[in-house]
Every structure is written in C-alpha cells, then in structure tokens.
Design a protein around this ligand. Structure first.
Ligand SMILES: Nc1nc2c(ncn2[C@@H]2O[C@H](COP(=O)(O)OP(=O)(O)O)[C@@H](O)[C@H]2O)c(=O)[nH]1
Ligand SMILES: [Mg+2]
Length: 338
C-alpha cells in the first residue's frame, strides 16, 4: 500500500470510529467495488474494523416478496430507535434487485420514516454480482456498520432460493415471515427454511385478517412443537404482528432479546459466530479462487473457444472444464491436480 493509500485508510478509520455516515457509506462502496485498488483499501479498513466489530445483534428477516419484510423493519426499527435507544443499520441481500430494480425504490418508500431517524442507517442492497459476492459484500457491510457503532443490524433478504441460506450463515437470529392464505409450500416449508428459523412471524395481523393470523400462529406453534430441539437450546417461537397497527411488534423484539440472553449464557451465540467465521473462510476461498481463475488472462483468452466447442458438441463440458483448469494451473506453474 502506498503512503497515500495509508493516509486515505486512516481518514476512513477515523470517520468510522466517530460514527460518521459519509465515511461509512464510502467504505461500504469501496468494499462493493470490483476495482483492485478499491478492494485493497477496503481490506485495509475492514482489517482495522474487525476488532471493533461483533458487538451487535444481527437479525435476518426473510420471507416471500410482499410478505411485509420492509414494513416490519420500519415499525420494528422505529420501536427500537425510539423506545430502546438502539442504533440500527438496515442492510439487504437481494440478488434479484438488479433485475427487478423497483424493489429498492419500494423499500425506500416503505422505510421513509425510519430512514429519517438520526440513529438509523439504511443501505440499499448491492445490485450486482453473484450471490457469493453479495454475501461477502453484506458481511463486510456488517463489520463496517458495527465498527461505526451500530448495535442492531437488520438484514432483509428476499426468500426466493439460496439467499436466505446465505443470510442464515451471517446472522445471530433468523426470522421467517409468513402471511395467511399463501400456501406453506411457497413460503419455506418445502425448502427447509422453517427448520432454520428462530422465530416465525405471521405478518399483517390486523383488520379482518387478525383472526386468521392468530389461527395460523397456533397451527404453526403446533407444527413446530414436533421439531427436534435445536442444539442452541432455544425453542423457536411463533408470533403474529402488524406493521400497520403496531400489534405484536414489541413482542417480536422481546423474543430476539430472550434468544440473545439464553444463547449468550449457554455459549451458543459465540459458538455460532465461530462456525460462521469458518464458513466465511471457505466461502471467501472459493470466491477468490473463482475470481483468480476467471481473471487469469490465459483463461480469458481461451474460454470463449472452449465454450464454442462445447456448444457445438465438439467437446463435452467435463473435458472442456478439465482442459481450462489444466491451462490455468499450468500458467500458475503449479502441477495439475487431475
Ligand atoms: N395490512 C397490512 N399490510 C401490510 C403490513 N405489512 C406490509 N403490508 C403491505 O404489504 C405490502 C408489501 O409490504 P413490504 O413490506 O414491501 O413487503 P416485502 O416485499 O416483504 O418487503 C405493502 O403493500 C404493505 O403496505 C401489515 O402489517 N398490515
Ligand atoms: Mg422489501
């Protein structure tokens, strides 16, 4: 790192340590950048932030589009900021946002009041890159936010595939939101998400829907009772709430607080974070290897040709992949593993 780079990193560090939002925002942008010089600077800043991070509670909030994630974050966030004096950072993992585009705008409108609170920072999701890339960016953002003094991190993730698993791997408490009348299969039962949830929250328990939501809450409670007790010792809870009336919102947070207390005392909270660190190590390795492979100039030059051969049936995909890997390893002057 150049002396100039070092001075720059120092400026960021000071800004983040003082909880300055512009410095925090710019540091997150650096961590999201694909430019090598930005990445290097980001790594320098994040390395400094690491010992100053980790003191928050990280909550993942998932569920199908329209279930009410952003609305819950708005009302829960306002409750926490106003009545509990919390400093809240809201992040999003949304690998689809580059395609749907509109969701970010929708979320901004949904969280308007929250975004104006002085102790709240809302960061729209990084809109490009693979899910692995998004996971890395989100983890970096969590560390930076914690170093800037945020004690509560709320991560919204759209429940459409892998992203909630990714989210699960980086949060302390994982919340699955469900609505009445949408069918359990599409809401997570089939994909085993319910088994990972520390709480299931039935949303929109207001007006005429309140009764149905309560019924569903009871049903879910019954269903979860037969689940194997998790090693955390925590029995997953089911709540019903409304972001419109505020019904059940404080109970949802009470539930997170109880989890934090129980798992703090029995050591599971720290144990889970250690496991997540190990998982992150392997994920980062895989990502770096992938970047190195696709960024290799010999691979770049040859890959189009091999793709064409595979498409035209002159080479099969396995041979094509093996040949490319051989080429890559050879150019790295390493003996081929195959
Ligand atoms: N009646 C009612 N509507 C809600 C509630 N929460 C969200 N909604 C509505 O449901 C729609 C989707 O909400 P949103 O928070 O954007 O869902 P997300 O896609 O999961 O983030 C919006 O039209 C909200 O106004 C609630 O508690 N009660
Ligand atoms: Mg949303």
């Amino acid at each position: 790192m150049t002396p100039q780079g070092r001075t720059e990193a120092e400026t960021y560090r000071r800004g983040i340590a003082n909880g300055e939002i512009p410095a925090l925002s710019r540091a997150i942008t650096l961590a999201e950048s694909t430019l090598p010089e930005h990445r290097e600077l980001a790594r320098e800043i994040i390395t400094w932030c690491l010992p100053h991070s980790g003191k928050s509670v990280r909550v993942g909030i998932t569920g199908i589009p329209g279930v009410g994630k952003s609305s819950l974050i708005e009302s829960l966030g306002l409750y926490l900021a106003r009545e509990r004096g919390k400093k809240i950072a809201v992040l999003a993992i949304d690998p689809t946002s580059s395609e749907t585009g509109g969701s970010v705008l929708g979320d901004k409108i949904r969280m308007q009041e929250l975004s104006r609170h002085k102790n709240v920072y809302i960061r729209p999701s990084p809109s490009s890159g693979s899910l692995g890339g998004v996971a890395k960016k989100t983890s970096d953002a969590v560390i930076l936010c914690e170093a800037a003094g945020f004690d509560t991190i709320l991560i919204e993730t759209v429940g459409v595939g892998q992203s909630e698993i990714t989210c699960h791997s980086m949060v302390d408490f994982f919340m699955l939101l469900m609505i009445t009348g949408a069918g359990d299969d599409i809401q997570g039962i089939k994909r085993g998400i319910i088994e990972r949830a520390d709480a299931v929250v039935i949303t929109k328990a207001d007006g005429e829907n309140r009764k149905n939501a309560e019924l569903m809450r009871q049903e879910m409670e019954e269903a979860l009772r037969f689940q194997r007790p998790p090693e955390s010792g925590w029995i997953p809870r089911v709540h019903a709430c409304s972001s419109v009336t505020g019904y059940g919102i404080s109970e949802v947070w009470q539930c997170v607080a109880e989890y934090e207390k129980l798992c703090g005392e029995n050591g599971y909270f720290a144990e889970k974070r250690r496991r997540q660190a190990k998982y992150r190590l392997h994920e980062t390795l895989a990502q770096n290897l992938e970047d190195s492979f696709y960024g290799n100039k010999f691979v770049k030059k040859t890959i189009g040709k091999v793709e064409k051969e595979v498409v035209e049936g002159r080479t099969d995909p396995y041979t094509g992949a093996a040949n490319l890997l051989d080429l890559y390893l050879e150019k790295l002057r390493l003996p081929s593993q195959t």
